[in-house]
Ligand binder design. Structure first.
Ligand code: DCM
Length: 131
């Protein structure tokens, strides 16, 4: 099996979870996600997550733990999610997104999440409540 992993980050800061609204591609634009991207050959999931969050949002993060589960995006592409701590920077939508929001646990349903991200978001909010 040579499945490509998309790694998404549940980035926490001061009791809130970062949500990002996609600006592309057209079929995903306007929906909200946990930001991230594809793991490249030779990269670990954690390295890919740190790189993607730096490229897309201009932030430095530390991956914490894998959120249990994996979600098929399409044949050959599978979504994993990790919790991550914001270390430095104020997130800005530099590419792929046009809006960002910090959500408290009670606001989890305030945005229109991509369906494939919903299980990871629910688990991320459960973890956030315990931190
Ligand atoms: N993707 C997703 N959920 C995420 C991140 C990405 O469903 N939290 C999907 C969107 C794309 C693919 O993964 O089909 C690759 O993402 P990107 O374009 O951000 O590299």
């Amino acid at each position: 099996m040579n499945e490509t992993v998309v790694v998404a980050g549940a980035v926490y800061d001061r009791g809130r979870l970062l949500a990002a609204r996609r600006s592309a591609p057209p079929e995903l634009a306007g929906r909200w996600e946990l930001p991230g991207g594809k793991v490249e050959p030779g990269e670990s999931a954690q390295e890919a997550l740190v790189r993607e969050l730096r490229e897309e949002l201009g932030i430095e993060t530390e991956p914490l733990e894998r959120i249990a589960g994996e979600w098929q995006l399409r044949p050959g592409l599978v979504l994993h999610a990790w919790t991550a701590k914001l270390l430095d920077g104020e997130p800005r939508p530099l590419q792929d997104h046009d809006e960002l929001r910090w959500l408290a646990p009670e606001d989890a349903d305030a945005v229109d999440w991509l369906p494939q991200d919903r299980p990871a978001v629910a688990e991320a909010m459960r973890i956030l409540r315990t931190l």
